[in-house]
Design a protein. Structure first.
Length: 229
């Protein structure tokens, strides 16, 4: 950026006022340099859109590495859209930002997903999503704790997380009804409640201790009463 631009233009105006140079000559020289500069700036703007930052070059492929805002949030991209080979993408975790993420941190994201092994006949996979790293097993997901590195976490630790999540899920489900599969008695943050047909219904406090003993008829009566309110 030329910070002396304004001063130079004022000097040229002075020479025109003093009759030492011609106005048309000054304008001609101005636009001779100005137009290519504008064109170059516009081209650069097209290449690097708002919210996009180039981090450097991927040593493995020799392609540029970008961070930008994608359809589902910030992403890391290796390669350009116009390349013959399609760009590779990795979702940026929530603890990273476009402004501060480094090239090394961005490239680490492409080491995921990792397959650790098998558990109960299904693969255990470590992946990374918008809300951070996770364990995937049998089409179910478990968030990876912040103190666990997704690139070094072991199969044994992942299995512990899977089993812990199962135990939590079991404690949430108090009772189900074969006659009405849409109905369940659940245990929530604020105590037992009824889940029916995609909606939740509070249990009266005097029934909290008897939630596991409720009959189908009693549950439906509570639901119908709640609907009328």
């Amino acid at each position: 950026m030329d910070y002396n631009f304004t001063a130079k233009v004022e000097q040229q105006f002075d020479t025109i006022a003093e009759g030492k140079s011609q106005w048309t000559s000054m304008i001609k020289n101005f636009y001779k340099d100005f137009e290519p500069t504008v064109e170059q700036t516009m081209n650069t703007r097209e290449e690097h859109k708002a919210g996009e930052r180039e981090l450097g070059i991927d040593p493995a492929s020799g392609k540029p590495v970008f961070v930008k805002i994608g359809r589902f949030g910030p992403v890391v991209q290796i390669g350009k859209a116009e390349d013959e080979e399609k760009p590779r993408f990795a979702q940026m975790p929530s603890d990273k930002s476009i402004e501060t993420i480094t090239l090394e941190e961005a490239l680490e994201l492409f080491k995921l997903p990792r397959t650790l092994g098998e558990f109960e006949g299904s693969p255990v996979i470590i992946g990374a999503g918008r809300f951070g790293p996770y364990v995937m097993h049998a089409k179910k997901y478990v968030s990876l704790p912040k103190n666990e590195n997704p690139l070094t976490v072991t199969l044994a630790t992942a299995i512990q997380l899977i089993e812990s999540k199962r135990q939590q899920e079991t404690q949430r489900h108090i009772k189900a009804f074969e006659e009405e599969p849409k109905l369940e008695v659940m245990n929530g943050r604020y105590g037992p409640y009824l889940a029916y047909d995609g909606k939740n219904y509070r249990l009266p406090k005097n029934l909290h201790d008897k939630a596991a003993e409720l009959s189908l008829e009693e549950c439906m009566e509570i639901i119908n009463t709640s609907k009328k309110k």
